[in-house]
Design a protein around this ligand. Structure first.
Ligand code: ADP
Ligand code: MG
Length: 696
């Protein structure tokens, strides 16, 4: 981090580290003293209280201090296998100690040597003993690195043993100067009353004797907090600085809004906006009227009505003579958006086009020419197409639906083409605040916290396989009332064929044996796009009653008449994914059901997930829970993660520290200049430090 000589020193120059050990350390990412010192212990154990030997009880974990009374290396019948016996005594008594296969101890633990032993007290026919205890020689100073104090435990790293790490860390700290340069601005350190950097490092590894082990293991001591804050602040300052730099950019076309445009917007509205939608529209349009390009994330639970909000933004752009690209993750969704948008704009003078992988070549050429000439005002398409092939006449706004992660890179791609449009990302996977603060720190965020009126909350049921017939009855009742149903099958990468087979068989079975009076159809990812479209269109039109599908319906599909979502093998789905699926129903005025059918045996994790889903309909709460259950790396599933590489902090455990760092970083940036070292860090080392790919 800071290029202080004592920190950037190679570990090779530490006492006791030769080239061989240095190579071992390097293999696990420990090259400099700084690497070592910023790898904090993952837990701490109190070994400070010495007990008298007479007070030891079997089963306890204890430390004793005494002298080696006798020692003996015994050979066994197994070749080369030796046992080392020693007896340690203090003023109160003596205890036997045994080590398996550590013959070298005979040279260290000689008679009359003063030692501390730490371990589990055992009891056998010959009395109390320690098996393989931790030991430490007592020098003048009793507080060593592995006994007689609160002892740090490090993640085992390759061939580097925990004791080696303790000793190395100790000598690394000892060779530091009395003070270390600090990238944290002085006023932040003062205001938050942060510990000096060097003190914090030392106390995080070798806590002072009055430190609480409980607080240490919760990573809540002032020393640990300072280390974590430092890391989070440096991460946030990079984002804040980039965001600030972006806000002084100027886009080529800046839209304006007048009464004529307001009237045009009112004309396309099929319903009254909810207050949440109205606020979001206002924030977005205000942003569009600023000279800096918009870079905003619109969050709203499934069914919150994000599409109309985006369409209103699109209308503002088009009324200003600008073009709009509207990207969706799948062809089905692109088709659906296209249908809705074309219908909403049918009375206007704007021309809308659809461009997907299945657009015929001829049609595609015409469309591309129209876009380049500016006669097509709004183009809906899948992500890839809109990104690669299109040359715009005057691109003003890009809307990216349901693939927010992708959207961040997308913006970079646009910039690379010399375009600086407003960008609006939309997501129905509510992003836990901590992740939003890491991944989307450079974005502004609008939220639609409410749902359109008249929705009845979806009733969620978690059911075992044995209840299948009852569930079919529920589906039948709903179909008899004129509703429709989804049946979802998981599609797992490794066994795609098998799963596809079971989805296909299920569709056949439901049609032939269970719901003869109704029409069942199958939808899966391997179907040709136009075949998919046909099935989707027939389902939307009510000609198909049960749609058996692999997870392709996961995002965005809108069929308000569907009232049952039956998820097979629910135990295989992630929490957010299930929430998405559930969001496909409950879009109309009717009561609706989400049935999560599970097969035993299920894991505790799966049970937790399904229980969490059954207990709330709030997407934001679910996202937080999902993050806790799966951890930040998995939260976004298999999609490439843009999460920072962290050394001391934990995104779940330390979320409020991240909040604080975020606030402080924004404040520091808004107050003016960074101090020169911090500025240099942000410009030259920030990406590398956090392992982020440079985008834009
Ligand atoms: P999402 O936010 O999940 O993308 P959509 O934009 O698809 O949600 O909207 C879900 C459904 O709610 C659509 O049928 C849409 O027409 C309807 N809708 C959206 N906003 C309102 C509103 N203010 N009043 C009534 N219905 C609305
Ligand atoms: Mg949507």
């Amino acid at each position: 981090m800071t290029s202080d000589p004592s920190l950037s020193t190679s570990l090779q120059f530490l006492k006791g580290v030769g080239p061989r050990k240095a190579a071992d350390l390097a293999r696990v990412g420990l090259v400099t003293v700084e690497d070592l010192l910023y790898r904090l212990p993952f837990r701490y154990e109190d070994r400070s209280r010495m007990q008298s030997i007479v007070s030891l009880r079997p089963g306890a974990r204890a430390a004793v201090m005494g002298e080696i009374k006798s020692a003996q290396l015994a050979t066994t019948r197994r070749r080369g296998f030796k046992i080392f016996h020693a007896v340690v005594g203090d003023a109160s008594g003596a205890i036997r100690c045994t080590w398996m296969n550590q013959a070298f101890l005979a040279d260290i633990l000689r008679p009359h040597v003063a030692v501390v032993m730490f371990g589990d007290v055992k009891f056998d026919s010959r009395g109390l003993h320690f098996l393989n205890p931790e030991y430490e020689l007592v020098t003048d100073d009793v507080s060593g690195v592995r006994t007689g104090r609160v002892v740090p435990f490090y993640e085992k790293t390759g061939s580097v043993t925990p004791n080696m790490q303790r000793t190395l860390t100790r000598s690394a700290i000892d060779q530091l100067g009395p003070e270390l340069p600090d990238l944290l601005p002085a006023d932040v350190v003062t205001r938050l009353q942060l510990m000096p950097r060097r003190t914090a490092i030392e106390a995080s590894h070798f806590p002072p004797s009055d430190a609480s082990v409980e607080a240490l293991n919760a990573f809540r001591t002032t020393a640990q907090r300072r280390m974590i804050f430092e890391e989070f602040f440096l991460f946030q300052i990079g984002h804040a600085w980039r965001r600030h730099a972006g806000s002084v950019e100027v886009k080529p076309f800046v839209p304006t809004v007048d009464d004529r445009i307001r009237a045009a917007a009112a004309k396309i509205l099929p319903f009254r906006l909810t207050p949440g939608q109205r606020d979001a529209v206002k924030e977005i349009v205000d942003d569009m009227r600023c000279p800096a390009p918009m870079h905003r994330l619109l969050q709203g639970d499934v069914g919150a009505g994000k599409t109309i909000v985006a369409l209103l933004a699109a209308l503002v752009a088009m009324e200003n003579g600008l073009q709009v690209a509207f990207m969706a993750p799948t062809e089905i969704l692109a088709g659906q958006h296209y249908g809705n948008i074309a219908r909403s704009l049918s009375q206007s003078r704007f021309r809308v086009g659809l461009l997907t992988g299945s657009t015929p070549g001829q049609r595609k050429q015409t469309l591309l020419a129209d876009i380049e000439r500016g006669t097509t005002n709004l183009i809906v398409g899948t992500h890839a197409l809109v990104q690669d092939t299109i040359r715009f006449h005057k691109l003003g706004l890009v809307v990216i639906d349901e693939q927010h992660r992708f959207g961040v890179a997308q913006r970079a791609a646009l910039q690379a083409k010399g375009l600086r449009p407003d960008v609006l990302l939309m997501t129905a996977t509510p992003i836990p605040r901590t992740l939003a603060l890491t991944d989307y720190s450079e974005l502004d965020v609008s939220k639609i916290p409410d749902l359109p009126p008249g929705r009845t909350p979806v009733q969620t049921m978690v059911q075992p396989e044995s209840r299948r017939q009852d569930i079919y009855q529920l589906v039948r009742d709903e179909l008899d009332r004129g509703r429709q149903a989804y049946v979802i099958y998981p599609l797992v990468e490794e066994s795609e064929k098998v799963d596809l087979k079971s989805a296909t068989e299920m569709a056949d079975h439901l049609q032939a044996d269970v719901f003869q009076a109704y029409r069942v159809a199958l939808l899966h990812g391997r179907m040709k796009p136009d075949a998919k479209d046909r099935v989707m269109a027939a389902f939307a039109a009510g000609q198909i009653h049960i749609l058996v599908s692999t997870t392709v319906v996961e995002v965005g599909v809108d069929v308000p008449n569907a009232s049952v979502m039956l998820v097979e093998h629910a135990e295989r789905f992630g929490l957010s994914q299930l929430h998405q699926l559930r969001g496909r129903v409950g879009r109309g005025a009717w009561a609706s059901y989400c049935v999560l059918l599970y097969q035993s045996p299920w894991t505790d994790d799966a049970r937790e997930r399904l229980k969490a889903l059954g207990s709330t309909n709030d997407g934001f709460a679910i996202a937080e829970r999902d993050l806790e259950l799966r951890g930040p790396g998995d939260f976004f599933g298999t999609r490439q993660s843009g999460l920072p590489r962290l050394r001391t902090g934990d995104l779940v455990r330390d979320r409020e520290i991240m909040e604080e760092a975020h606030r402080e970083a924004r404040r520091v940036v808004s107050e003016g200049v960074l101090h020169p070292e911090l500025q240099a860090f942000v410009e030259h080392r920030w990406h590398q430090q956090f392992g982020l790919i440079e985008v834009g």
